[in-house]
Design a protein around this ligand. Structure first.
Ligand SMILES: Nc1ncnc2c1ncn2[C@@H]1O[C@H](COP(=O)(O)OP(=O)(O)OP(=O)(O)O)[C@@H](O)[C@H]1O
Length: 286
């Protein structure tokens, strides 16, 4: 169980996340919705510790993850796998190696650096790919895949981490409707079959309604809705989306193209290479 208490993240004078408290039980599929800039990514990134909270705490199974350092922090990041909008695969590596990078924490530093993985680990990674219908691409270079295929590989990599939670930050925002459905179906399957909690940032309403047990609506960093999809009335949706409500109602499952101009987020997005380098540096630093 993940317990978020009074979590806040300030950037200069603005609170991107403003005093949020949430309990997420094991195995729940949660959709976080809200207009552009509502604080969805910042919330997820704090859970994974890619962003440091300004205040509050994040407790998982009784441990305050905001206080973790070194190896314990790596263990936490292995426990809560991230899936990103832009997939964050290493394009020049083959699909299997990309999935095996998900074993970094379990595998050990030196072996990972030299990409020496055991047959059992390779079999584990192939099984993860197979669940996503991607085993046939194992030896293909990652940058030759389509966007939808890349996201399925990214989910396989997340599975290779053997996570307790999957955090998906707008995982379908760059995909066409067909691939978006495949990816959301995959997340739902993992959630159902493995009992892994999935917290999924979604720009649009209908995907959250269709796929999630629980919908959390953010507006200007605060929770303005928290309930089952059935309770998400038009009035509640208008409160979440404000002036963008009509767009949110009419958008298809994948569209994120209707963001107002000038709302691009200057967040310090990290690539997988950045994450690995950071993980290794932290390991070496003890
Ligand atoms: N590194 C940063 N520096 C300054 N401001 C930031 C940073 N990251 C986020 N913000 C601001 O915090 C607010 C919340 O951003 P966040 O990316 O969490 O929103 P979001 O709901 O995920 O939006 P989107 O749907 O566009 O991704 C925005 O006003 C954004 O400009």
């Amino acid at each position: 169980m993940l317990a978020i208490k009074n979590l806040t993240k300030s950037f200069k004078t603005r609170n991107a996340v403003d005093n949020i408290s949430l309990d997420i039980p094991d195995g729940q599929m949660v959709g976080v919705i809200g207009r552009s800039g509502a604080g969805k990514s910042t919330l997820l990134r704090m859970i994974n510790r890619l962003a440091e909270p300004t205040g509050g705490s994040i407790i998982f199974d009784g441990r305050d993850v905001t206080a973790l350092k070194g190896r314990e922090l790596l263990e936490w990041r292995a426990n809560c796998a991230m899936v990103f909008q832009q997939f964050n695969l290493v394009g020049r590596l083959n699909v299997l190696t990309n999935v095996l990078t998900g074993r970094l924490y379990h595998h050990g530093l030196i072996a990972s650096m030299f990409q020496v993985f055991t047959p059992a680990e390779r079999a584990f990674a192939i099984r993860a790919l197979d669940r996503l219908g991607m085993a046939h691409t194992a030896l293909q270079q990652a940058d030759t895949l389509s966007g939808g295929q890349m996201q399925r590989v990214a989910i396989a990599r997340a599975l290779a981490q053997e996570p307790k939670i999957v955090l998906a930050d707008e995982p379908i925002a760059s995909l066409d409707p067909m691939n978006a459905k495949v990816v959301m179906d995959a997340l739902r399957t993992i959630n159902r079959e493995d009992g892994i909690a999935v917290i999924c940032n979604l720009h649009t309403l209908d995907t959250a309604r269709n796929y999630c047990d629980r919908v959390i609506g953010l507006f200007e960093g605060r929770v303005v809705f928290d309930g089952p999809p059935s309770a998400l009335t038009e009035q509640a949706a208008r409160e979440i989306y404000g002036a963008e409500a009509d767009e949110a109602f009419s958008e298809s499952m994948t569209s994120t193209t209707l963001k107002p101009a000038g709302t691009e987020v200057p967040a310090e997005r990290l690539t997988e290479a950045d994450l690995q380098q950071r993980a290794r540096a932290e390991l070496l630093a003890g």
